[in-house]
Design a protein around this ligand. Structure first.
Ligand SMILES: C[S@@+](CC[C@H](N)C(=O)[O-])C[C@H]1O[C@@H](n2cnc3c(N)ncnc32)[C@H](O)[C@@H]1O
Length: 510
C-alpha cells in the first residue's frame, strides 16, 4: 500500500514513523492495522497469545488478590484478556489508538510523558508509588537514534539519569519499576539486549537493587518472524522490592516458538539462586547470565581485561569511502585494522587510512579519533562482528577502528593473544558475556584474566609467536593453548569438553 502525503491522517502516521523508527527489523513494507495505522512505525509487534496468557496467568498466580493493572503500551490490548476475564480493573496507555478498546480504561497518551509528569510532581520525596498491583507490557522496540530520543535528549537524560536513554524499551521498563509500589508485579516481554549490554548496566542495577526477579525466560528468535521482525526477546517477571526474592525460574533460548510453548505449558524450568544469574554486583559488570556452570562463573571474580590493560576503540571516519582505501596509495599509507573476523593471531590490514588522519579529525566533526595516544602503538586487535571471537597482533605504526583493541606492556602482548584465542575465552565471550554478533570493547573489558605463572606465560607467548610466523597451524596452536589454560583453571573433563565443543561449534551453540 502506498501512503499519500496529502492526507493529514497519513502525515500523522509519517510523523509517528519518524518518531518511533523501529529496530526490530528494517523492512520497506508498511504494515497497516484495522485502524489504518502503520503498526511497525510505532514500534508495534503483537505479543503472541500463548505468551500473553502465560505472563498474565503467572502474575495472577503470584498475587491472586491484586485489583489494578496498568499496560503502558497497550496496542490492541493483546496482554489484557486474561486480566479482564479475572475481573481486574485495567488502565492502559498508547500513543496511538490501534483498534477497538474492550478491556481497559484507555488513554491516548505517551507513557514517558506521563512518567515525567508524575516525577515532576514529587516535590518532597522521589517515590511515585502508583496504585497498580500489576504492570504488564511489550514495550516499543525503538533504537536510540530515533528523533524522539535525540530531540528530547536533555529532558530524558534528567529523567533517566541512572539508566541512560539508550532505547525506548529500557526507559519503559525503568519507568514502570520506578512507578511501582512495593510488592507490585511487573511482567514484560522485552528485547533481551539489556541482559548483557554494557550501556544497560544502569537498568540492571535498578532491577537488582529495587526488585525481586521471579522469572527470566529467553524466547526463541522466531517468535516475531511471522510479523517480519527478527529480534531476541525474553520474558521477565519482577516484583518491586528485593524482599520477595526466592529462587529464579530460568530458561535458556529454545530452538523455536513451538518448543517455548511446550516449555511454558510444562513449566519445566531450571531453578537457580539469584547469585547464579548475575555475573558480579560490580558496576558495568552486572550482566545477567543463564545456564552457566558455577565453576566457570567463579572465574569472573578474577581481574578483568579492562581493569588490567587498556581496552579501547579507535577511529570512526564517518565516511569510509572518502578516508579509507583498500590499496596503499599516495596519501593513504597508514594501515587501518577494524575487524579480524575469524582470523586468529595474525590478520590482514583492512584498509589504508589517509596520512593526515589526526588533522582531519580536528577539522571534521564526524571524523573521530578516540584514544589518540594509542594510535600507531603495537597491541592486540580483536574481532568485532560475526560469530567467532578472535585476537590478532596489531603491528606498530597502524591505526584501528571501533572494534576492541587491547594495549599492554610489550612483554604481555603475545601471551595475551594466545589466551584470548583459547576456547575458554571464546566461551566467556560468546557463551557468557554476549550472545549477539556485535562484540564491543565494553564486553572484551569484562573477560577475566587467569593467573598464569611465568612458565605458562612463556609457553603461551611462544605459541602466539609461532602462529603469527606460521610455523604452526592455528588448530595446533589452539590445542596447545587450551591444554595450558584448562590445566591452569582445573575444570573437570566433562566441563572442558562442553567448553571446547561450544567454542568449535559456535554456529550451533550461540
Ligand atoms: C510492541 S507494541 C505492543 C502492543 C501490545 N501491547 C502487545 O503486547 O502486542 C508497543 C506499543 O507501544 C506503543 N507506544 C510506542 N511509544 C509509546 C509511548 N511513548 N507511550 C505509550 N505507548 C507507546 C505503540 O503504539 C505500540 O502499540
Amino acid at each position: 500500500m502506498e501512503l499519500g502525503l496529502e492526507n493529514p491522517f497519513i502525515n500523522i502516521i509519517f510523523a509517528y514513523y519518524n518518531y518511533h523508527y523501529c529496530i526490530m527489523g528494517r523492512f520497506e513494507k508498511v504494515i497497516v492495522n484495522q485502524a489504518g495505522v502503520d503498526k511497525r512505525g510505532s514500534g508495534y509487534y503483537s505479543t503472541p497469545e500463548f505468551i500473553a496468557d502465560y505472563i498474565t496467568k503467572e502474575l495472577i498466580a503470584l498475587n491472586p488478590t491484586g485489583r489494578k493493572v496498568l499496560d503502558p503500551a497497550t496496542g490492541n490490548e493483546e496482554l489484557l484478556k486474561s486480566f479482564f476475564l479475572a475481573g481486574k480493573e485495567i488502565d492502559s496507555f498508547d500513543i496511538i489508538e490501534h483498534g477497538e478498546i474492550k478491556y481497559s480504561n484507555f488513554s491516548q497518551f505517551d507513557f514517558i510523558e506521563f512518567y515525567k509528569e508524575k516525577k515532576n510532581q514529587q516535590f518532597f520525596s522521589n517515590v511515585i508509588d502508583l496504585d497498580y498491583d500489576y504492570y504488564i507490557a511489550n514495550p516499543p522496540y525503538n533504537c536510540h537514534e530515533i528523533n524522539y530520543i535525540r530531540d528530547n535528549k536533555k529532558d530524558l537524560k534528567l529523567l533517566f539519569n541512572k539508566v541512560g536513554v539508550n532505547n525506548m524499551y529500557s526507559m519503559f521498563l525503568s519507568a514502570m519499576i520506578d512507578c511501582a509500589k512495593n510488592g507490585a508485579l511487573i511482567g514484560v516481554i522485552i528485547s533481551d539486549s539489556f541482559l548483557t549490554a554494557t550501556m544497560h548496566s544502569g537498568l540492571r542495577e535498578q532491577i537488582l537493587s529495587q526488585c525481586s526477579i521471579h522469572q527470566l525466560i529467553l524466547c526463541p528468535n522466531d517468535l516475531f518472524w511471522d510479523q517480519k521482525a527478527d529480534v531476541r526477546t525474553c520474558i521477565l517477571i519482577l516484583q518491586k522490592g528485593t524482599q520477595f526474592q526466592q529462587d529464579v525460574l530460568v530458561s535458556n533460548r529454545l530452538k523455536n516458538k513451538e518448543k517455548l510453548a511446550e516449555r511454558l505449558k510444562s513449566k519445566n524450568f531450571n531453578t537457580v539462586k539469584i547469585e547464579n544469574i548475575v555475573l558480579s554486583k560490580k558496576k558495568n559488570a552486572n550482566q545477567f547470565i543463564i545456564d552457566v556452570d558455577p565453576d566457570v562463573l567463579k572465574l569472573f571474580s578474577l581481574p578483568r581485561v579492562g581493569e588490567v590493560f587498556k581496552c579501547i576503540t579507535g577511529i570512526s571516519t564517518g565516511n569510509d569511502k572518502k578516508y579509507l582505501s583498500t590499496v596503499k596509495k599516495e596519501g593513504y599509507e597508514v594501515p587501518f585494522y577494524k575487524n579480524p573476523g575469524s582470523r586468529k593471531f595474525k590478520t590482514e590490514v583492512d584498509a589504508y587510512i589517509i596520512n593526515d588522519f589526526m588533522d582531519e579529525s580536528l577539522k571534521v566533526k564526524d571524523f573521530m579519533v578516540r584514544n589518540k595516544q594509542f594510535m600507531l602503538k603495537e597491541g592486540i586487535t580483536c574481532s568485532s562482528m560475526g560469530l567467532p571471537f578472535s585476537a590478532c597482533y596489531l603491528p606498530e605504526n597502524s591505526t584501528f577502528g571501533v572494534n576492541a583493541n587491547i594495549f599492554t606492556p610489550k612483554e604481555d602482548i603475545f601471551w595475551m593473544i594466545s589466551y584470548l584465542n583459547s576456547s575458554l575465552v571464546t566461551y566467556f565471550v560468546r557463551g557468557v558475556l554476549i550472545r549477539s554478533n556485535m562484540v564491543t570493547s565494553g564486553y572484551i573489558s569484562q573477560i577475566p584474566i587467569l593467573k598464569f605463572n611465568e612458565l605458562e606465560k612463556k609457553q603461551l607467548q611462544q605459541i602466539a609467536v609461532n602462529a603469527i610466523n606460521e610455523t604452526t597451524t592455528i588448530k595446533d596452536a589452539i590445542d596447545k593453548i587450551d591444554d595450558i589454560v584448562f590445566n591452569n583453571v582445573g575444570l573437570c573433563k566433562p566441563k572442558i569438553e562442553y567448553i571446547v565443543d561450544f567454542a568449535t561449534n559456535l554456529n550451533k551453540r550461540v
